[in-house]
Ligand binder design. Structure first.
Ligand code: FO1
Length: 318
């Protein structure tokens, strides 16, 4: 039997929750995830890939359910030590989580690529799906924030975690993206997919860096009829994180219609929450088919049902 390919373009927490549902309706071996690395950072000399880890830990059923990132039953003794010395302690790395970063950093120092290390980590958790960083090259999301006196460019996590994304944003850029090429298998996964799912991740800072890597946006556009996106905006607000505020700050409408304008070229269908059912017509006026259904993944059952709806939208039988 020819194995199907379900390709998921993914950020962090929202994508991870969707994937936890999807693996209940299709065999994990059929799923290839293309993950965001614009949020990556080097801290304490360690390479940290938050979105790749959030996906891995969630599918391993090891994620902390309240935070949505990091590991459950975590302890923080290493961070306490860093704090004692006056080191960088605003980005919280749990003791168990640190093991992942130690392993990744060591393997990279040996010359392994980020895709190779990521495959090793996923295999160690026996997850059975493929997780590809969009690129093996370093790309870093940089955020221009408006301080009371001046504009300043900071790293993604300085904006997101250190400043609690509680500051107006003037601009975004993905440093290094001009030199980045897609990781092995990324373009093939998109071009050969039976379905491409754009997860309910932040369109600007989670999906944006994926599309900015050479060839990725063109590949997605070329299979537009097989692409189904899920809106991360429900009733005018982001379920988690700052997608709504960021869209507003950068001149986009923070509604499903604003999401449709960002994705209309790339995806044939936009799945929106039932709370936005009244906006089906407005989304379709942007040139996409709209489907209204429960998208708030409060339980794995809802996530699985959403997974079924997404596959059905592009005529793939679960
Ligand atoms: N998010 C926070 O709000 N505070 C943190 O201290 C924090 C630490 C952290 C460590 C490892 C990791 O994989 C994720 C972590 N996150 C933290 C989440 C992360 O900033 C976000 O999930 C994203 O990068 C946005 O997708």
């Amino acid at each position: 039997m020819v194995r199907r390919v379900i390709c998921v373009l993914a950020g962090g927490v929202g994508a991870a929750r969707l994937l936890a549902g999807l693996v209940r309706v299709v065999p994990p071996a059929e799923i290839t995830v293309v993950g965001n690395v614009g949020d990556d950072l080097v801290l304490h000399g360690l390479h940290i890939s938050p979105d790749l880890d959030t996906i891995t830990y969630t599918l391993a059923d090891q994620v902390d359910p309240d935070r949505g990132w990091g590991l459950r039953d975590e302890t923080w003794q290493a961070m306490d030590m860093v704090g004692r010395y006056g080191g960088v302690a605003w980005f919280n790395l749990g003791d168990r989580d640190l093991g992942t970063h130690l392993y990744r950093t060591h393997r990279l120092s040996e010359g392994a690529t980020l895709s190779e290390v990521t495959a090793e980590v996923v295999a160690a958790w026996e997850l059975g799906f493929r997780l590809l960083p969009v690129t093996d090259d370093p790309i870093r999301t940089r955020v221009t924030v408006v301080d009371p006196d001046a504009e300043r460019e900071v790293g993604f996590q300085e904006w997101f975690v250190q400043r609690r994304h509680d500051v107006a944003v003037r601009a975004l850029r993905f440093a290094g993206v001009e030199e980045a090429s897609p990781a092995p298998g990324v373009l093939e996964a998109i071009l050969e997919a039976d379905a491409v799912v754009v997860a309910p991740s932040n369109p600007l800072v989670s999906i944006g860096p994926l599309l900015a890597v050479a060839g990725v946006e063109d590949a997605v556009r070329s299979v537009r009829d097989k692409v189904v996106a899920v809106s991360p905006i429900v009733a005018g607000a982001a379920l988690k994180g700052p997608a709504d505020q960021l869209m507003t700050d950068l001149g986009h409408e923070a509604t499903v219609v604003g999401v449709a304008r960002l994705y209309a070229d790339l995806a044939g269908t936009l799945v929106i929450d039932e709370a936005d059912a009244a906006l089906v017509g407005a989304v379709e006026a942007e040139g996409m088919r709209a489907l209204a259904t429960p998208t708030v993944m409060s339980t794995p059952d809802v996530a699985a049902e959403l997974g079924r709806t997404l596959l059905g939208a592009v005529d793939v039988a679960p």
